[in-house]
Design a protein around this ligand. Structure first.
Ligand code: BGC
Length: 758
């Protein structure tokens, strides 16, 4: 190592273990140890300017839930590499992302920042992101470790989940990324797990992450997630962010001096900070980034020279390509899409002011924003009519003017100051404002709403096709808050209902970062396009799909339920009195709906194309690995991409397992009439569950067990559109002791669910 930890005094080592301020690590000038800057992501760079809510412009890419729907490892890798290049150009050395938390409930306000409800898909895409970013010399921060699945009470809620559930669902995506992509940093989450804050959770940060998974990088806290610095350090939390002005460094020094904390723990953590600095510091000439060297006064747009350094045009084009890979065609009755030429009514303010991202720390100030209305107007000219249809008052691409929104609906904001305390008074107020806007949106039937609906209906009368741009306002999807409903705002629902009553073909384009319900209008829409929160160039991708220039290829990475009451976490969401019980266990997302044989609006993995695919010739070869192959043929008339999904089920296990679990996927491009042979390799772990009672020989319990017997192998176009199915028999995993008989389990004393935990 270039920097030697032994050359540092105890005080200097301790000083490295917290930030200099919000975004920089500490320097040690005496030894020439520089600082590095971290900045938010993960959907584009958010570099702060020092002025509240004013950031240095950067390219806004589709958010993670959109990228999840692309199922495209290479696309995710390329987007992350572009974000890395922008970070270098703006002088940021670690980007705080990706987030690979599971979507336990569609209500979680931060689901738009997470890839999927399935750990394999989230883990694969998270790993691709980390690789792409780090290829550019910029570090990733895998977050939020772990079990941060709701925003309400996020800093203190205690997650109570059995170990099997944690291992199979909530830790698995992190494990995959850590083991296959080596993120330079891992960020601990805010919440508690079994009563212990993640920042102080030794089981999580040391036993699992380091001892079991072999992680050697740095563990950083989420911002202000540290409650007891010395306990956190002892548990494995290396770097506390933001800095505390030296207060917690002094606590560390005192703990070493009093013998409470071994100095070797400080050494290990300081060494990891130094290693990160070594990996990430680009040298004095590049550390500020050439764009910043040219000067970026807060609030000023980038100059042409700066945009060129950012490669803004190239990245905007990539953002459009990425969004095109994410757009998901949910419904297309009677080939309503692609659009035919003719008279078109474009309705919905999101067409004129695109919803591109969610709210909170992942917000990007985009270099530019495309709008569907402009792009469609270029094609349709005076055959296009437009009406906003509902109130939408954006201040900029990352903030809505909610006061103006409330005023427009005759419900001016009255701030009573009541509600939970937050990091800053401004954030607390912003959340109260958002809550007020959400309440109004849920039942809005103001005079203004009625007028806008009437006006839209008038514009739409006589059109051959109506394209409604609907979805969720920013206030519904933001950090530090959860949704209270899966429905669209009431005025939008009324608008769609009204338009559905007209003669024209009705196409609904949705902008939202997580599942929504579609009642009562769903069956009356001819086509439904899920555009997600598609980033600054998303409108171009949506228009390309509408016009048939791009054949849609996204598939939802989260189930769209029929009703919030159907969702797995419904009865325990968001916990009570500080605790949330993950009573549904491993059964989240499609695992839940499949177990209950429950109808859903759209199943995990669903997405249509303008072509069709046939699946044939399933083959399973059992050797060291289990090799599954099949042939996919494009049976339509246009080229398209299919996401081929492989699921495994274990119907006769000693524990209750999901009917099917995703164990492989490939996105393949096929020309009309052509066939492609797709092959997947499955290893032991793909058949295994976490056996809480398996002894490890060291007094601890719990191991991955491939239990011998029948396994169902399914290949399909979605979790509910299985095209090929077969069964195989596999023996018990020879490396493991036989299953513990149930009567022995009772003798183990502690509950089999918590056995081995801590
Ligand atoms: C968020 C993190 C983010 C950090 C820095 C926290 O509140 O949870 O995701 O990276 O702030 O902005």
């Amino acid at each position: 190592m270039k920097y030697d930890v032994d050359a540092l005094t105890l005080e200097e080592k301790a000083s490295l273990l917290s930030g200099h301020d919000d975004w920089y690590t500490e320097t040690i000038d005496r030894l020439g140890i520089p600082a590095i800057e971290v900045g938010d992501g993960p959907h584009g760079l958010r570099k702060e300017t020092g002025v509240d809510m004013v950031w240095v412009p950067a390219t806004g890419f589709p958010t993670a839930s959109a990228m999840g729907a692309s199922w495209d490892r290479d696309l995710v890798r390329r987007v992350a590499a572009a974000i890395g290049a922008e970070a270098r150009a703006e002088g940021v050395q670690v980007v705080l992302g990706p987030g690979v938390n599971m979507k336990r409930s569609p209500l979680c306000g931060r689901n738009f920042e997470y890839f999927a409800e399935d750990p394999m898909l989230a883990g694969e895409l998270g790993a691709a992101y980390v690789r792409g970013l780090q290829e550019t010399g910029v570090g990733a921060s895998l977050k939020h470790f772990a079990a941060n699945n709701q925003e309400i009470e996020r800093t203190r809620i205690s997650v109570e989940a059995d170990e099997r559930t944690l291992r199979e669902i909530y830790l698995a995506a992190f494990e995959r990324v850590v083991k296959t992509a080596d993120p330079w940093t891992v960020m601990c989450s805010y919440n508690r797990l079994h009563g212990v804050h993640a920042s102080e959770n030794r089981w999580l940060l040391t036993e699992i992450l380091r001892d079991e998974w072999g992680y050697e990088g740095l563990v950083v806290s989420d911002w202000n997630a540290v409650h007891h610095r010395v306990r956190a350090l002892a548990a494995g939390l290396d770097l506390e962010m933001p800095g505390t002005g030296g207060v917690t460094d002094a606590e560390i020094v005192a703990a070493v001096r009093s013998g409470e904390l071994p100095e070797s723990v400080v050494d290990g953590a300081a060494r990891r900070v130094l290693r990160l600095v070594e990996r990430a510091y680009p040298g004095p000439d590049l550390v500020n980034g050439p764009i910043v060297d040219l000067g970026v006064p807060p609030g000023r747009r980038l100059s042409a020279e700066q945009l060129a350094l950012l490669r803004a045009d190239e990245h905007h084009a990539l953002a459009r390509e990425a969004a095109a890979g994410c757009v998901t065609l949910l419904r297309n009755e009677n080939a309503a899409l692609p659009l035919k030429k003719g008279r078109i009514a474009v309705v919905g303010a999101f067409a004129a002011h695109a919803r591109i991202q969610g709210g909170g720390s992942s917000g990007v100030d985009p270099t530019r924003v495309d709008n569907a209305l402009d792009l469609l107007s270029e094609v349709y000219g005076d055959r296009l009519g437009y009406a906003p249809g509902y109130v939408h008052k954006p201040m900029n691409a990352y903030q809505d003017d909610l006061r103006a929104y409330l005023d427009a609906h005759d419900s001016p904001f009255v701030d009573d100051g009541r509600g939970p305390a937050r990091r800053s008074a401004a954030l607390a107020e912003a959340l109260r404002l958002a809550a007020a806007a959400e309440r109004v949106a849920a039942g809005v039937d103001s005079a203004q709403a009625g007028r806008l609906i009437d006006e839209a209906a008038a514009v739409a009368a006589g059109a051959e096709v109506i394209v409604v741009f609907a979805g969720l306002p920013l206030a519904f999807e933001q950090e530090a808050d959860d949704r209270t409903t899966l429905a669209l705002p009431a005025d939008q629902v009324a608008l769609i209902e009204r338009l559905a009553g007209l003669e024209a073909t009705l196409v609904v384009v949705l902008s939202n970062g997580a599942a929504v319900t579609m009642d009562p209008w769903h069956d009356r829409a001819d086509a439904i396009v899920e555009a997600w929160l598609p980033g600054q160039a998303g409108a171009g991708a949506v228009v390309d799909v509408l016009l048939g220039r791009v054949n849609p290829s996204g598939k939802i990475a989260e189930t769209f339920p029929l009703a919030v009451e159907d969702t797995p976490a419904y009865v325990t969401w968001t916990g009570e009195r500080g605790t949330v019980l993950y009573g549904e266990g491993v059964f989240i997302g499609y695992r839940w709906y499949d177990a209950l044989r429950r109808e859903v609006r759209y199943p995990f993995g669903h997405g249509l194309s303008y072509t069709t695919f046939a699946y044939t010739d399933l083959d399973v070869l059992i050797g060291d690995a289990v090799q599954v192959s099949c042939t996919v043929t494009n049976t339509g008339t246009v080229a398209g991409q299919e996401i081929v999904q492989l699921y495994v089920g274990d119907p006769d296990a000693a524990v209750r397992r999901p009917l099917r679990e995703l164990r492989g996927f490939e996105k393949i491009k096929i020309n009309p009439g052509d066939s492609v042979r797709v092959t997947f390799a499955l290893d032991d772990r793909d058949f295994a569950y976490w056996d809480v009672a398996a002894g490890r020989g060291d007094g601890k319990f719990g191991a991955w067990r491939r239990e011998g017997g029948e396994f169902v192998i399914e290949v399909g176009a979605s979790s509910r559109d299985i095209r090929l199915r077969t069964s195989i028999d596999l023996p018990d995993d020879p490396k493991l002791a036989p299953l513990v008989p149930d009567e022995d389990l009772l003798k183990l004393g502690a509950s089999r669910f918590t056995q081995g935990y801590r």
